[in-house]
Design a protein around this ligand. Structure first.
Ligand code: FE2
Length: 224
């Protein structure tokens, strides 16, 4: 059941949703608040980590890693999954920290970790995820875009767009409504599978990378 607010004319409108954004990592716990559908830790990546990511992106265009990551063993699991990560201590330690935070926050034994190099937009149209919650972090390149809840016309999601592109479908009114995350940001995106959030899922999309540029994208999901 989606919580709704009664208005004076007795019609029901879905409760509003907001983003919680902070340079403090504990902002991620705000995702448990009913009115929050996006929490973002504005994490500044170290210079060493940035150079490892730059090095990875300039030496390979093919990386599609998908593993079940266990908090205590993430670094070993990453090394076993790709030789490209063996000489990237800052990156693998950062990923292990995020797996640990995600599993602690949601009381999980393991997380579904995907680490991907993208040279085109994976989900180019605004959409919602039909899952409870996903951690998304762009470690290099252009980061994800999202729309504040009160700017979205949800009737234009999916088939409601009638095949039109986002700038033609009416899903948002003004280009200035489009918000953009930054590389390094650690974002928790609440989906429609979160109890009570069926009509409040965060609307987001992958940006189109500039031609010739690539992105390194991390996602963490619930797997069991
Ligand atoms: Fe998505």
């Amino acid at each position: 059941m989606t919580r709704a607010l009664a208005t004076n004319d007795n019609s029901m409108i879905p409760a509003n949703r907001y983003a919680a954004i902070s340079p403090e990592p504990n902002v991620l716990t705000d995702i448990y608040r009913e009115e929050i559908n996006l929490s973002v830790w504005q994490c500044t990546l170290t210079q060493t980590l940035n150079s490892e990511v730059t090095n990875l992106l300039s030496n390979t265009s093919e990386l599609q890693l998908s593993i079940a990551a266990t908090p205590e063993q993430t670094i070993g699991e990453l090394h076993a999954a790709s030789a490209l990560l063996v000489d990237k201590p800052a990156l693998t330690e950062h990923l292990a920290m995020l797996v640990d935070m995600f599993c602690t926050l949601f009381e999980l034994k393991r997380a579904g970790l995907r680490l991907t190099i993208l040279n085109k937009a994976m989900c180019p149209k605004f959409h919602v995820d039909h899952i409870p919650c996903r951690l998304v972090s762009t470690l290099g390149g252009v980061a994800s875009q999202w729309l504040p809840h009160d700017t979205v016309d949800r009737s234009k999601l999916g088939a409601g767009s009638k095949g039109k592109k986002d700038h033609e479908s009416g899903i948002y009114t003004s280009e200035s409504d489009i918000q953009q995350l930054n590389a390094g940001d650690v974002a928790l995106l609440k989906g429609s599978g979160w109890l009570g959030n069926e009509d409040g899922a965060l609307v987001h999309r992958s940006p189109a990378p500039v031609s010739g540029e690539t992105r390194l994208l991390l996602t963490l999901d619930f797997i069991d």
